[in-house]
Design a protein around this ligand. Sequence first.
Ligand SMILES: Cc1cc2nc3c(=O)[nH]c(=O)nc-3n(C[C@H](O)[C@H](O)[C@H](O)COP(=O)(O)OP(=O)(O)OC[C@H]3O[C@@H](n4cnc5c(N)ncnc54)[C@H](O)[C@@H]3O)c2cc1C
Length: 404
Amino acid sequence: MSDTFDAIIVGAGPAGSTAAILLAQAGWSVALVEKHAFPRRKVCGECIAATNLPLLDALGVGASFAALAGPELRRVGLFVGAHELVAPLPRDGGSAHPWGRALGREHLDSLLLQRAAAVGATLWQPWTVKRITREGNQHICQLSATRPGASATLSAPILIAAHGSWERDPAGASVASAPHRGDLFGFKATFGNADIAAGLLPVLAFAGGYGGMVLGDHGRTTFAFCIRRDALRDCRTRRRHLPAALAAAAHVHTQCTGVRRVLATATLVAPWLSTGPIRPGLREPWRGDGMFAIGNAAGEAHPILGEGISMAIQSAWLLCERLLAREADLRPESARPTGSLNEVGRDYAAAWHGNFAPRIRLAAAFAHLAMRPGLSHPLLPVLRHWPNLLTTSARFGAKVRHVV
Ligand SMILES: Cc1cc2nc3c(=O)[nH]c(=O)nc-3n(C[C@H](O)[C@H](O)[C@H](O)COP(=O)(O)OP(=O)(O)OC[C@H]3O[C@@H](n4cnc5c(N)ncnc54)[C@H](O)[C@@H]3O)c2cc1C
């Protein structure tokens, strides 16, 4: 026996919960499956671009977000070596929310998940989707709970993969690849009493990695970075007595004077988290047979641009507005539900690629520049002379580009 829904969503990060809200408030029966209990912290720089704030309003969490999030992010910085360059961030003109803000993922993800439940999505949490198979026009999901021995089966004609990209794909779409020296590992910690200007978003560039710092909720500063596998191995060889996160953070401290200055008086208020390997790139937003992917499961940008949450929320939106526009054609009693679902899939995949593929490629170019001092340092005199090139880069990085 299985519980049957119109759609099953795997994963309640920003992508999955956004999709659950949009479909459930349109009257769909939706199962939202999340393996972790919330609130949970997550490796993330936690900057939310201005273009998402009207979407958070429309999802019904805008007021709660505004009450919690850190100050408006009005300036971008670049901390590299002994240099600290600063320039204005582009303003999202014409919007009620011209600037992005930062909010801890333990808050953002919980707000969205609670809203999904409030508008009628059925939560399965903490439950893990272990296996997905197909029977006729239904996707069958086998779930297991953290409680020993508990299991459940859900079915639906539409399956939305929103499980991120850092864990095993329950649909088996991704094949684990062999370790590579260029694989990235992500680290994050939260500090109190850091000496960071409110509203400044410094990007950090150092040999073998890149990162960011920001003042978020409750006066806390998030420090998050990615480092290549080979650079991390060197850090650990040089600092054998330290755990990986501290060895890597010590490397960032020695490479960026700005990080040392900001954290000189800071105290750790939430411990280091790590994740990886992270392999940014394009994946499959539409997998045929009523199976779609959103957020990182569809494709991942190097987090140097801090656009992953935008892509998560906005890709969910692109998919759901298409599913809802064709709702009548998708019903089993309609003339050609499968053909209509395929048309939605093709249309969504085209919209996804048009909007996000350029962002993924640009982020890759910036990331490779940042990680290689031999390439980035010759550009420093130019940036010192024209710091507003940072503003232009943020604009090209889609900071104020509306997808929805
Ligand atoms: C160092 C670093 C810094 C970053 N900084 C920023 C930033 O400043 N701004 C920004 O916008 N983005 C940033 N990002 C990127 C951002 O964190 C991701 O792009 C974003 O979390 C993607 O959201 P998602 O909903 O697709 O996936 P996720 O947030 O990864 O959510 C996926 C969810 O699925 C659940 N799940 C997984 N498998 C299963 C399963 N089998 N069954 C049930 N549940 C499952 C997981 O528990 C998780 O809760 C950063 C990333 C890194 C690594």
